[in-house]
Design a protein around this ligand. Structure first.
Ligand SMILES: Nc1nc2c(c(=O)[nH]1)N[C@H]1C(S)=C(S)[C@@H](COP(=O)(O)O)O[C@H]1N2
Ligand SMILES: [Mo]
Length: 391
């Protein structure tokens, strides 16, 4: 394995060749880059690589691997992973420590495939008002894919879990760039890890994962925010006491038991818990903001809706700032953990400016708030507004 702290993954960039670097980046100023194994994507940071999917690719039900968003915390990423020598290790509170090759994973266990949305906790953070620190993502820190691999419960049974297991931790090949920074390790409660849905994927949309999406293995935690979807997964530990690492104990915390992770800037929540199931949410995909549509003519407005796996049951749009709502049509489900596409016919009566609002409701009756905020910019699900011009 080649470990290079500062592997350059960005191959080319269309940023203006001006000699001055702006001190603040306006979210309207997108810089598109081509990274290793990827097509043009929106650049957030280059070391570690953080790349956003341009909105137009959400016209696909399954996000193409070449533009699937990329999010790493630590700059110490291997530039290449050798498929022959790579091993996934399982140890800790088990009967036998095991080391499995990719070939073992593909031949010793029954393969499973699931469609699931992988959404960063901080997706759409740039829209929080007041602004919060962290990656200033728009809506492209998510992607929907078909994941193929092995059930984690099968792997745990293979190693033989001893009595008294409470949690399972997951570590990847990425390394902190300095000893003072904590390695990226996440954990799940043992019962969740062993539920038969959590899986270790070796394929994404029928192909090996791109290196930048965690080749060769990614933990898939259906319905949960992507911070748990550990990439370049190389080490699984069964634990007989709760995991105490930085990325569980300190980072990725939300106000406990509060819907949509809401809190207010002048009275921050004090009781916090690790982020978990995705809240209900919808976005506009087409037309894009400020696009020009035809006055007096029907326009297809379409977008996506998703939640933590309970199922989207109703989509509504409003053209009068939320006073009245009309139902939109839902496309067939792609799977309970996938996003679901919706369509709405909108005919602007005359020329002028319009603003559409969109709201999803799920099978548990949960819906989206008019306003949402928290200090970390997580779980964004405020009702989205689409400005349009009719001519
Ligand atoms: N090993 C490792 N896995 C990781 C991360 C990381 O920094 N290191 N980031 C997590 C976060 S916060 C997100 S949003 C997803 C992003 O997955 P992607 O880069 O394949 O889109 O990976 C998760 N898995
Ligand atoms: Mo994330």
């Amino acid at each position: 394995m080649t470990f290079s702290m500062f592997t350059a993954f960005i191959l080319s960039c269309n940023a203006p060749t001006s000699s001055t670097v702006p001190e603040t980046t306006n979210i309207e100023d997108e810089v598109l880059v081509k990274a290793e194994g990827k097509d043009s994507m929106i650049l957030l940071t280059d070391r570690p690589p953080n790349l956003e999917t341009p909105l137009k690719f959400f016209l696909h039900d399954y996000t193409p691997n070449k533009v699937f968003f990329v999010r790493w915390h630590l700059a110490g990423l291997p530039g290449v992973v050798d498929e022959d020598t790579f091993r996934l290790r399982i140890g800790g509170h088990v009967n036998k420590d095991v080391a499995l090759s990719l070939h073992d994973l593909k031949t010793k266990f029954t393969p499973v495939t699931i469609s699931a949305l992988c959404q960063c906790s901080g997706n759409s953070r740039s829209f929080f008002d007041p602004r919060v620190p962290g990656g200033q993502w728009k809506n492209g820190a998510m992607g929907n894919a078909k994941w193929t691999g092995v059930k984690l419960s099968d792997l745990l049974a293979y190693a033989g879990v001893r009595k008294g297991a409470v949690e399972v931790s997951f570590d990847g090949l990425d390394m902190p760039p300095a000893p003072t920074i904590a390695d990226f390790v996440k954990s799940l409660k043992y019962d969740h890890a062993n539920d038969g849905e959590v899986m270790v994927a070796y394929e994404m949309n029928g192909e090996p994962l791109p290196l930048l999406n965690g080749y060769p293995l990614k933990l898939v935690v259906p319905g949960w925010y992507a911070t748990y979807w550990v990439g370049m997964l190389s080490d699984i530990q069964v634990l007989d006491k709760p995991f105490e690492g930085f990325w569980m104990k300190n980072a990725y915390k939300i106000p406990k038991g509060i819907s949509n992770g809401n809190e207010s800037p002048d009275s921050l929540a004090t009781d916090m818990e690790p982020i978990n199931v995705m809240d209900v949410r919808s976005i506009f995909v087409s037309p894009e903001p400020n696009e020009i549509i035809k006055a007096g003519k029907k326009s297809d407005i379409q977008g996506l809706a998703f939640d933590g796996g309970f199922g989207i049951t109703k989509m509504e749009l409003s053209a009068d700032d939320g006073k009245t709502w009309k139902e939109a049509r839902l496309d067939p489900e792609l799977g309970k953990y996938s996003w679901r596409r919706w369509h709405y016919d909108f005919t602007p009566p005359g020329k002028g400016d319009y603003a559409l609002l969109v709201k999803a409701t799920n099978a548990r009756g949960e819906t989206q708030p008019m306003h949402q905020w928290n200090r970390s910019g997580y779980m964004r699900n405020e009702i989205e507004v689409l400005p349009l011009k009719a001519e």
